[in-house]
Design a protein around this ligand. Structure first.
Ligand SMILES: Nc1ncnc2c1ncn2[C@@H]1O[C@H](COP(=O)(O)OP(=O)(O)O)[C@@H](O)[C@H]1O
Ligand SMILES: Cc1ncc(COP(=O)(O)OP(=O)(O)O)c(N)n1
Length: 449
């Protein structure tokens, strides 16, 4: 059954925080996302330029419109702007009774206030008692409790205080603003303290973390999860969203809630595409056997370069494509991390030209190069004997150097062929490059014909 979660929050025109972050999170977590907009901000990754809030009656009308039609399984609040809006939201949620996660947003990462000073008191006295979960960050928890928070122990005390003083059932003091190699969130729930942690990422993509995290918890509650289960999943979710943040803008980059679903989808697609290309290899096994070098061939395909970090993100053939009694034969099914050389070449290529996501190494033969030239293929020729000694010594440095040399010759656009003339003890080879593994195999077949 479809579950419905509502975000009662502000709009960030840059799309990093607020309702954009929340609705992306709801979608990624598999619940239907509804919205009740509170305020519009003219905002980007480094500043909030203008703020305009709607009337409390309009905020209530949006919540009721959703409630009267689909019902609401859980909700969350973000930027509420004014004491009047908070008062109205508290009264409406109290009447309807759906579980609410309150992210007590006070100040944007860029430093701009997102709530009026007098409204903090209304938030404490009216909204927190109605909330099932509250997710203050360190400065917010300090403002709600008057305590100074410098350690996990302080965070525990603050979480318990908020529960005792305002009646919120589950209080999470987030660890994003606390020091330490781990980002530890301290959860006070039913008289006990629980901790959820991930390694702390050294990342610029922290705009919208609190929004996406609280939305992920609300999505879990909408699905009927126990609050601790919801927090556990939300913690993994926000780690991924920060790790694969949106690398655009001059300030704090936006978190990326869709990484949660895009990465698994990308990995599945890469395997599908590689499998299709290997079928083509099997269908042309005799012809392709002629292209297999002494070291054998491999055919690799990297996931969307926005998400590719290392050779574990490149699918290839374990055991390579071998020449078995005059037939090209893939030794195993497409597997991530199955290649080192070809995978490193692909990573280097795709980081410079994101369309070049697949490659296959084949036997060097001047005749094949001539044929490729006649076909109009773009060719770069790299003489490895010119590789500087310090690059040779660096683990993985050669592949990067070969690719950079090739791209220097082609003006930064990936060539169809990189001809590597080899070195002492290194077999010369040709790397055929393409957008997809099927395109690469087609190119090899053309050169061979
Ligand atoms: N650099 C980081 N690495 C890993 N997790 C982080 C990092 N920064 C924040 N988090 C996590 O993101 C979530 C949101 O926390 P926080 O950034 O403190 O919220 P806010 O956006 O309200 O300031 C929490 O689970 C926190 O532990
Ligand atoms: C419209 C809007 N709502 C909320 C925030 C704050 O979002 P948060 O997740 O706390 O992220 P940072 O602003 O702290 O990066 C916002 N900026 N705008």
């Amino acid at each position: 059954m479809w579950r419905v979660a509502i975000t009662i929050a502000g709009l960030d025109s840059g799309g990093g925080a607020g309702i954009h972050a929340d609705v992306k999170t709801f979608a990624a977590m598999g619940v239907h996302g509804a919205t009740a907009l509170t305020c519009v901000t003219a905002q980007n990754t480094y500043e909030v330029r203008e703020v305009q809030c709607l009337s409390p009656a309009m905020v209530r009308a949006q919540i009721l419109a959703v409630w009267d039609d689909m019902g609401i399984d859980a909700g969350k609040t973000g930027m509420l702007g004014t004491g009047e809006i908070i008062e109205e939201v508290a009264a409406t949620v109290e009447k309807l009774g759906f579980p609410l996660v309150v992210d007590p947003v006070m100040v944007a990462k860029s430093g701009a206030p997102l709530i009026s000073d007098d409204a903090v008191d209304v938030l404490k006295k009216r909204l927190l008692p109605v909330a099932k979960v509250a997710t203050p960050n360190r400065p917010e928890a300090e403002r709600l409790t008057g305590m100074s928070i410098a350690s996990e122990r302080d965070a525990e005390r603050a979480a318990e205080y908020i529960h005792r003083e305002y009646g919120t059932e589950v209080v999470i003091v987030k660890g994003g603003h606390l020091p330490g190699g781990e980002a530890v969130d301290v959860v006070y729930y039913r008289g006990a303290v629980h901790k959820f942690s991930t390694p702390r990422l050294d990342s610029r993509a922290t705009h919208g973390t609190g929004c996406a995290y609280s939305a992920a918890i609300a999505a879990g509650l909408a699905k009927g999860l126990d609050p601790l289960e919801a927090v556990k999943t939300a913690k993994q979710f926000i780690y991924t969203a920060i790790k694969y943040g949106v690398a655009r803008g001059k300030g704090h980059w936006a978190v990326n809630p869709t990484a949660w679903v895009e990465i698994p989808a990308e990995r599945w697609r890469a395997v599908e595409e590689l499998e299709a290309a290997l079928k083509l290899v099997r269908r042309n096994a005799e012809r392709l056997a002629k292209a297999i070098p002494e070291v054998q061939s491999n055919l690799g395909y990297v996931i969307d370069p926005r998400y590719a970090r290392d050779t574990g993100d490149v699918a290839a053939v374990p055991g390579r494509i071998v020449n078995y009694m005059g037939e090209a034969r893939p030794s195993g099914p497409p597997t991530f991390g199955a290649s080192s050389h070809v995978a490193r070449k692909i990573l280097a290529l795709a980081s410079r030209d994101p369309r070049a996501r697949s490659a296959m190494n084949i036997r060097y033969d001047p005749e094949l190069v001539e044929r490729a030239k006649a076909l109009g293929f773009k060719i770069a020729v790299v003489d490895r004997r010119r590789e500087p000694e310090e690059v040779k010594k660096r683990e993985g440095g050669t592949m990067q150097w070969v690719v950079e040399e090739a791209l220097r010759q082609t003006g930064g656009v990936a060539p169809d062929l990189i001809v590597d003339l080899g070195d002492w003890g290194k077999e010369p080879q040709i790397t055929v490059v393409g957008k997809t593994p099927a395109e690469v195999v087609e190119k090899v077949l053309k050169i061979l014909s």
